[in-house]
Design a protein around this ligand. Structure first.
Ligand code: C2E
Ligand code: CA
Ligand code: CA
Length: 383
């Protein structure tokens, strides 16, 4: 018997429409008819409060069960009153639209024909993706992207030597959104380029401000997404920003992530190098091509990946490799900076093997540009 036939049968037995409809789906959720009727009777209060008809109330109940708002095994959670109904209607209306859309997207052949239930695991992927895609553009015009700065330190001088610009998205309703939640999505759809331009420009302005306010030259490194490697637009944009802000080119440092056997990285790096930019190889040691890239690409500074450094530090063999990497970069005339430094032991070991530049929570977390500016000012006053 189909759900429609079941509902019709119950209606003929003079059950209220919400009871009939809810009862028709009861067995799908492991409820017996008696429990289903008990629940839907209690929902009557909610129905009156919400000013909705019985059919809608019943549909809400069916979907509510599907969304896991009711556990028939958990008697404490049983919905016996208007309080729960109120909460349910609120939560339901909040989430209904997005989730229904998600379920529609994944609709295949469900047991219930064309009814597909939202599942929690869709949330991360589809809901988040949809949110990002619908809001990423407005976030530019509304200036919701923020440039955070994480200081880089010299261990020996115990002072700030620059910073890395890291994007944050401060959404008025969702709050702070971190790169891991949106960068992979906007890298896929290409929007990352716009966000990068936005952050690069912020970085240029920050460098300008430091010079204007007597804090001298503070190099800021920015991340360059792979999406830029395909065309020449980024060079034009960089030129434009540098000219507009009138800062020395070398102060805007470009972080490029090492990737497996990538001709694109190399040729773009040569171009950028020719233009006079400082190039940092990001995440060194996280892939397999680090040494080849060193040979083929004109980087100025190597940024040791956090994981690589941690892995190497736990054994004598690893420490030897690390030591050799430091000595190799010295002999190649390259700069070296260790990322993700969190402990005193790491600082000491790095110092012992001759790596002086560090970035990580041990010294400072990424912070709002304004806070970094204050920190820099304090450092300058104490000099
Ligand atoms: P990344 O370039 O390797 O940046 C370093 C990440 O490590 C940052 O995460 C930073 O907050 C975190 N970090 C720094 N010190 C420590 C530490 O001591 N311990 C630990 N556990 N983590 C530390 P964040 O800001 O979440 O950025 C993640 C990634 O997102 C970045 O990795 C970068 O690949 C990307 N990203 C961030 N901002 C931008 C941007 O403006 N443009 C582009 N294209 N990518 C960006
Ligand atoms: Ca980086
Ligand atoms: Ca990195």
């Amino acid at each position: 018997m189909t759900h429609i036939e079941k509902a019709e049968k119950l209606l003929h037995q003079k059950y209220h429409c919400s009871q009939a409809l809810f009862g028709a789906f009861a067995s799908d959720f492991g409820l017996d008819l008696k429990t289903a009727f008990k629940i839907s009777t209690c929902f009557g209060g909610g129905m009156r409060q919400g000013g909705v008809c019985g059919c809608i109330t019943a549909s809400l109940m069916v979907l509510g069960l599907a969304f896991g708002f009711y556990d028939s095994q958990d008697t404490e959670q049983e919905i016996y009153g208007n309080k729960k109904t109120e909460e349910f209607i609120r939560r339901f209306t909040e989430q209904m639209e997005d989730r229904a859309g998600m379920a529609r997207k994944t609709a295949k052949n469900s047991i219930l024909g064309n009814i597909v239930f939202y599942e929690e695991q869709f949330k991360d992927s589809l809901y988040n993706r949809k949110f990002i895609e619908e809001n990423m553009q407005a976030a530019i015009t509304e200036r919701q992207y923020l440039m955070y700065l994480q200081p880089k330190y010299s261990i020996s001088k115990n002072e700030i030597i620059g910073a890395e610009a890291l994007v944050r998205w401060k959404h008025p309703e969702r709050g702070m959104i971190y790169p891991d939640q949106f960068i992979p999505i906007i890298e896929e759809n290409g929007f990352i380029r716009k966000v990068d331009y936005y952050i690069w420009e912020e970085a240029c302005r920050f460098i300008r401000r430091c010079r204007d306010e007597g804090l001298g030259d503070c190099p800021i490194s920015v991340n360059v997404s792979r999406a830029h490697l395909r065309d020449n637009e980024c060079i034009m944009m960089l030129d434009d920003m540098i000219t507009k802000t009138g800062i020395p080119r070398k102060l805007l440092e470009l972080e490029i992530t090492e990737t497996v056997d990538d001709q694109q990285v190399s040729s773009k790096a040569f171009q950028l190098k020719e233009e006079g930019f400082t190039l940092l190889m990001d995440d060194f040691g996280s892939g397999y091509s680090s040494l080849n890239i060193l040979l083929e690409t004109p980087f100025d500074v190597i940024k040791l990946d956090k994981k690589f450094m941690e892995n190497m530090m736990v054994s004598a063999k690893g420490r030897l490799i690390l030591e050799q990497v430091v000595s190799m970069t010295n002999r190649l005339g390259l700069g070296l900076l260790a990322e993700g430094v969190e402990t005193k032991e790491q600082v000491e070991l790095l110092q012992n093997i001759g790596c002086d530049q560090v970035q990580g929570y041990y010294y400072a977390k990424p912070m709002a540009a304004e806070d970094f500016f204050t920190l820099l000012k304090k450092q300058n006053q104490n000099k």
